[in-house]
Design a protein around this ligand. Structure first.
Ligand code: PMP
Length: 410
């Protein structure tokens, strides 16, 4: 079926039909954003199975297997709760279930998703103190130490591991060490980092980790997860903020049934897909998954530098999920992403909020390999040249190739 619009989607392909000229061009599409991310065929096919009933022994088996797979990726033996929803649902569930109105909380924020913690906490009436950093910077753990020393009544600290809007990655291990000697629970948004960057939930002592299905977990959007430590459960017992659909206690009660399940009808197809993706991650092994991400990220950073662009969040090897590049003076970043998408079929992300038009973001979390990076960089080079930027075609590509040849570890 060919759509008679300028752009119609047929599965993986975009078919452009220029009516009247009798010209049909087929443009293959590449999804190279930091979320949603490409999904392996095996995972898509697993999700295409017939629908099973969610109150059945078959579903309980699937559900428990998924919880087990998530525990492996979260590196935890804490409870894992699963919700229908995107990553923000897991963040909102944490605020709703941990806090009561007026509770003092500390938020360390260095981008759009740090601001999301602020907005959710404001929605639930928390008394938030915000450590705010320029977008592109990371949170300074010393500031957290000082803030926690100044007052001992913070009930929670909210922070982001990989700040997807800028690429910056915060040092959760050091932050966790600081928070450990304080009564506050540590809540980490790992929506874009879980499964791409090391996060030792139990090893580092992170109380609550929030994530979602559509990034490094190589699964379609639609599922949200939280890991909950005993200290977080203790805070939850005292919390009086309202929560129903995202109630942790209801999720825990359904998990504890003889036939474990979720309280409400889950997206069964996405659970089936996630089950397959988790199996693939376990087969590859978490450590190898992290190494692959580090190599892909390094190649992307080297390519960006070779093109003469500035890395927006610095040349930090911790940035495993997304690389952001400053768009050269005089070029509108929105044009870059539009031309890449429409002319070359390559979708990368632009800047969010105040960075709209100023940066572009190349994703490499989840189901990515070397030739995804080479594709993105090649299309970026061609687009920048088209927009009049003086860069050498192939400069970025060869820089990425050199990293892949040197590393050979993906
Ligand atoms: N936090 C981070 C770090 C993210 O990258 C995202 C998604 N871009 C979210 C939260 C929100 O997730 P969602 O869009 O799935 O609700």
């Amino acid at each position: 079926m060919v759509s008679h619009s300028d752009e119609g989607t047929i599965g993986d392909l975009v078919v452009s039909v220029r009516e009247g000229k009798g010209r049909v061009s087929v443009l293959k599409r590449y999804l190279l954003t930091p979320g949603p991310t490409p999904v392996p065929d095996e995972v898509l096919l697993a999700g295409a199975r017939g629908i099973m009933h969610h109150r059945s022994p078959e579903y309980s088996e699937l559900f428990l297997r998924v919880v087990g797979g998530l525990k492996y990726v979260f590196q935890t033996s804490n409870d894992i709760l699963i919700f229908s929803g995107s990553g923000t649902a897991s963040m909102e569930s944490a605020v709703a279930n941990l806090l009561s109105p007026g509770d003092p909380v500390l938020i360390a924020s260095c981008g759009n998703f740090g601001e999301r913690w602020q907005k959710i906490c404001a929605t639930y009436g928390a008394d938030a103190t915000v450590l705010e950093y320029e977008w592109g910077r990371t949170v300074d753990p010393d500031d957290i130490e000082r803030a926690l020393a100044e007052r001992d009544d913070y009930v929670a600290l909210f922070v982001t591991q990989s700040e997807t809007s800028t690429g910056a990655v915060n040092d959760i291990e050091t932050i966790a060490e600081i928070v450990r000697s304080h009564p506050a629970v540590l809540v980490v948004d790992a929506v874009s980092s879980l499964g791409a960057t090391d996060l030792e939930t139990d090893g580092w002592g992170v109380d609550v980790v929030c994530s979602g299905s559509q990034k490094a977990l190589m699964t379609p959007p639609g599922l949200a997860f939280c890991s909950v430590s005993p200290a977080a459960w203790a805070l939850c017992e005292k919390a009086i903020n309202p929560s129903f659909y995202l109630s942790w206690k209801l999720a825990r009660a359904a998990l504890a049934l003889a036939d474990p399940q979720m309280p409400w009808t889950p997206p069964v197809s996405i659970m089936l897909a996630l089950d397959k993706a988790l199996e693939m991650i376990e087969d590859e092994g978490l450590e190898r998954v992290f190494v692959r991400h580090r190599i892909l990220a390094k190649a992307t950073r080297e390519a960006v530098k070779a093109l003469g662009l500035e890395l927006f969040a610095g040349d930090d090897p911790a940035q495993s999920s997304v690389t952001s590049a400053v768009v050269p003076e005089g070029i509108d970043g929105r044009q870059v992403t539009r031309i890449m998408r429409v002319t070359y079929g390559v979708t990368i992300a632009g800047g969010q909020g105040r960075l709209d038009g100023k940066i572009v973001r190349l994703g490499h979390c989840g189901y990515f390999g070397p030739f995804d990076i080479i594709t993105a960089v090649a299309a970026l080079e061609m687009t920048l040249r088209q927009l009049g930027f003086d860069c050498q075609l192939g400069a970025g590509v060869s820089a990425a190739q050199r990293v892949f040849m040197e590393e050979r570890g993906w």
